[in-house]
Ligand binder design. Structure first.
Ligand SMILES: [Fe+2]
Ligand SMILES: [Fe+2]
Length: 274
């Protein structure tokens, strides 16, 4: 099966680029499942149900997220719905809306998608992502691997979006997960890393897939407004100025997976004018 993964899709230019390109990529690569990080879909910060629906119509099947998930509270109803199409980082404090992992059925296969968040360089004091991963992996294991507990359920693949700032933390958690999950990728920096690789015990890894957003920007937001924030130390943390038009870079990662092992793990990049 082929799984197409996107990192952070930023605001209207990112959504428009996905709506334009994704139908072509679905066809070209014969994709079975599309997963995207939704935390910046709505004006660069947060996500609304309407933006999610727009991306669903474009061909995204399932969404992970990150630290901006809580910025637009309407999303809580989606997070709390019976079969949510979006998950949020697992290691937020207990009791918040939604969940950080979900089992999906794709054709004949069952795959588990996990969303975790890093702690390095974040103001939030989250639970330990390493132990949060262990807790999930006490309930699920990749078929054919040794379960860590007697109650663990076998699944065909386990896929982890680690939303984190520091590549060191991503490297460390990726290697900690190596051999226990199928694929591990990073999001949040919006900058694609050049380190797509297979780790020692077979997990495919990339520190960050990178954003889908305006090229002439600061991680998707208007350049002048962000420079001004750095110069003045003033700015609204709930708002980003995002330009409407320009060249959009689309970053993705294509996983070809036969239920036992990963055949290809390929970085994709394309640019279009919006
Ligand atoms: Fe982001
Ligand atoms: Fe983020």
């Amino acid at each position: 099966m082929k799984i197409l993964i996107f990192g952070d899709i930023v605001a209207k230019p990112g959504r428009k680029a996905i709506a334009t390109l994704l139908p072509q990529w679905r066809q070209k690569y014969q994709v079975d499942l599309v997963i995207a990080n939704a935390e910046n879909l709505s004006h660069g910060i947060g996500v609304t149900p309407a933006s999610l629906e727009e991306m669903r119509s474009a061909g995204v099947d399932f969404f992970t997220s990150g630290n901006h998930i809580w910025k637009k509270p309407d999303i809580n109803t989606v997070l709390q719905s019976a079969n949510p199409v979006i998950i949020r980082p697992e290691n937020y404090p207990p009791g918040l809306p939604g969940t950080g992992h979900r089992l999906l059925t794709v054709g004949v296969r069952e795959i588990l998608v996990i969303n975790l968040m890093g702690r390095v360089f974040f103001k939030e004091h989250l639970d330990c992502p390493f132990r949060a991963l262990d807790a999930i992996l006490s309930e699920f294991h990749v078929r054919g691997k040794t379960p860590s507990t007697g109650v663990s359920r076998p699944v065909d693949g386990i896929f982890v979006d680690f939303h984190a700032e520091a590549s060191s933390e991503k490297n460390a958690l990726g290697r900690y997960a190596d051999g226990r999950v199928t694929a591990f990728w990073g999001t949040h920096t919006h900058v694609p890393s050049g380190d797509s690789m297979t780790l020692k015990h077979g997990t495919v890894y990339r520190s960050d897939i990178g954003m889908t957003g305006l090229k002439d920007s600061v991680i998707g937001a208007n350049t002048e407004s962000i420079i001004k924030q750095f110069l003045t130390q003033l700015g609204d943390a709930k708002m980003h100025d995002v330009d409407e038009h320009g060249e959009v870079i689309i970053n993705g990662q294509l996983l070809d997976f036969d239920g036992l092992s990963v055949n290809t793990w390929q970085a994709l990049q394309e640019s279009i004018i919006i």
